[in-house]
Design a protein around this ligand. Sequence first.
Ligand code: APR
Length: 307
Amino acid sequence: MAKISVIGAGNVGATAVQRLAEMEIGEIVMTDVVEGLPQGKALDLMQAGAIMGYDTDITGSNDYADIAGSDLVVITAGIARKPGMSREDLISTNSGIIKDVAANIAKYAPESMIINVTNPLDIMTYVALKASGFESEKVVGMSGALDSGRFASFIAEELNCSRRDVEAMVIGGHGDLMVPLPQYTTVSGIPLPELLSEEAISRLVQRTVQGGVEIVELLKRGSAFYAPSAAIVKMVEAILKDSKRIIPASAYLQGEYGQEGIYFGVPIKIGAGGVEEVLELELSGAQLKTLQKSSDSIRQGISGLKL
Ligand code: APR
């Protein structure tokens, strides 16, 4: 039985635990700094198992010692955006939290793999890499799985077709400069540009880029968590089942896409080895330009970090 730990029992963390518990994919430990919160949610989720019909063991804890032996640790600890805030506004608070969390993962679960979810995603995943001292293929960020899910959902709505038939690809930083790729997005194998006009595609691209903000503004307190937790589960499952799925995610680049030493959203092959491969795609001039801007802003965020 695999052991999965989720750090942060807030909206994203607890919803991811719920989804994983329902799948019976492994034993789960959920931790948080707030006393009682992970314990209470763990109890509630196990009682739900009696009704929904799952037997997953879920432990709530405030003690990192309980993550010992984890195969996989998902980091969702930190603060989320409020209206008017960009993901970058979270840097100073969340980098302190991630440093502490990653050091504890290295101490108590040195053989594990890390999926970071805390924003600003690409910068915080870099902090997790440095603070854990893990190999870079063992530390990955959840970004593109969510952004492509959003793009796919908007496309399905526009075409009035099943969401299940849309395979979307969104790369770049997990922020306002992300790059949805219509030419690598298909509906049951049909390239998107054959189904929608340029005007419609650019409208949906724009809505995807603003997808997180749209929800933050509606919720008013806190940010999205149903789709983010679903995207986490997609990555956890690919790693634990070694299914080698091709998913966009934030990976440590060493020359790919002309980028060196940063975490950046790219299509990867994800399996038991973590980030097993980075796939390089041909892009348009405009897409390359936005990618460069996006990576510059990540580099700038990293340069201000005190690691
Ligand atoms: N260790 C463990 N847990 C912590 C720590 C810490 N050092 N600091 C904060 N937390 C916990 C909080 O107590 C809270 O329960 O992290 C949890 C965060 O939950 P929410 O505030 O509900 O935020 P959520 O919506 O889950 O988002 C978490 O994921 O998508 C990103 O931008 C989002 O960075 C944010 C993160």
